[in-house]
Design a protein around this ligand. Sequence first.
Ligand SMILES: Cc1ncc(COP(=O)(O)O)c(C=O)c1O
Length: 468
Amino acid sequence: MDRSWTNSSGVDLYLEMPSGRGRRAAVETALRNAIRTGRLAAGQRLPSSRVFADEFGLSRGTVVEAYAQLTAEGYLRTRAGSGTEVAGTSGIRTRGSTEHVAEAVSADFRFGQPDLSEFPRSLWLRALRRAFSTAPTAALGPVDPRGCAVLRTVLADYLGRVRGVLADPNSVVICSGFSQGLRVLCDALSAAGGRCIAFEDPCLPEHRAIARAAGLEITAIPVDDDGAIPELSRDVAAIVLTPAHHAPLGCTLTAHRRREFVRLARESGAIVIEDDYNGEFRYDRQPIGALQGLAPDHVVYGGSISKMLAPALRLGWLVVPPTLIDGVIEAKRTADRGTSTIEQLALADFIETGNLDRQIRRVRPRYRRRRLELLATVTAAAPDISVTGAAAGLHAAIKFPDHGPTESDVLALASDRSIALTGLNQFWHNGNGKPGGLVLGFATPAQHAYANALSLLHTLLCDVFPST
Ligand SMILES: Cc1ncc(COP(=O)(O)O)c(C=O)c1O
C-alpha cells in the first residue's frame, strides 16, 4: 500500500494507493474510494494533473487518463478556469452537508435558543477584527487555562455591575460554555474525593449526563413554585441551582430559600453551583441579583454568552471560590488546555465597548413582547392550563392535566404538523408518574415568522385541549 501526501497548488491530498495494480487503476481506485466514503466531498478541488503526477511520481498521461475515466463515471467534473473537482452526484457527501442540517419546521418553539437572526454580526465581526489586529504576537501562543487576563478582568467588572457577582479576575475561569464549566467543576470535585451532586428535579438532562460522565452520583432536589426546596443529604459535594429562572419550570428562587441553601452549604461544606441561566432577561421587574453575591466563598457562579449572543460561540465562565480554584484550573487544563484566545479578546472588546449592554437592551423588549403574545395564545387556546415561568428568560412551561392528552401524543401531532416542541418529561430525574407538558421556547422563530408560528401553536392546542 502506497500512502502519499501532495502539497501543491494550495490543495493537500492524502490517498491510499492499492498496490499490485497498474498505476492508472491504482489512482482511479484510490480516488473512487475517497469519494465514496465521503473523505473527498463534492466541490473539493483536485490538484492539476501535472502537480498530481509530480507528487505521486507518475506520468502526467496516467493522471489525465484517470481523471477522464472518473469524469466519465460521474465522480469528477471539470470546470473552466478552476480545474477538476469532485462532482455532486447523489449519494456523495457534499462539502459542508454534515453541518447546519436545516430541518423543515413551520414553527420552532423548542427550548433553549435565542433569536439567532438578532445576532449582531457586523459588530461581532468588528470586535473580532479589532481583537486580531491589536493582539500582540504572544497572544497567538499557548493559552492560560484560566482564560485571557483581559477578558477575566472585563468579566469580573461586568458581572459585578449587572448581576451583583463578587469576582476577582483571578477567580474567573473561561470555558467553552457553561456546559464545559459544569464538567470541569465535576472533574475537580471528583478529584477532591466528591461522590455525589444534587440537581433540581426537573433540570436539564444534559447537565445530569455531564455529572454522570465525570463519575458523580446524582440526587434530586424537588422544586415547587418558590424554586428548589432547601434540603441536602450528607454526602452531597455540590448542589446545582438555577435561581434566576428555573430551567425548565421558570420559577425564581425566593430570597428566603437562597439564604437557606447558603446556610446548608456552609454547614455541610458542600458548594452551590449557580447556573445563572437567563439572569439578564427579566421582564416584570428589576433583575434579581446572583446568589453568589450572598456567599462568594461557598457558591460557584456560572454563566455564558449562549443566550445573550449565540450558543455557537461556545464561551462561558465560572467565578470560583478560593478552595476550588486550583482544582478547576487543573481540570480545565486537562480538558483542553484552554479556550480559543481570539474569541475571548473579541468578547472582551464587545463588552468594553458597551455592545453587549446595547444588544441586551435591544432584544429584551422584543422577547418581552413575544412572551406576552405566547401567553395570550396559550390562554386563548387552553384557558384551563396554567403557564409558568414567563416572567423571565426565553421559555415558558406548561404541565398537562392528569386526564388529558399525553405528552407523546401532543409531540407526535405537533411533529406531523412540522411544529417543533420540547416535551417536559425528559427534564424529570425519573419521569414515571410525573406530569408531562411542554417547555416552550419563544425566542427561536424569526420576528417575521412569529405570528404565523403562534397561529399554528394555537390551532394545535385547540385540537388537543378542546373546550368542554
Ligand atoms: C439550564 C441551562 N443552563 C445553561 C445553559 C447554557 O449552556 P452553554 O453555555 O453550554 O451553551 C443552557 C443552554 O440551553 C441551559 O438550558
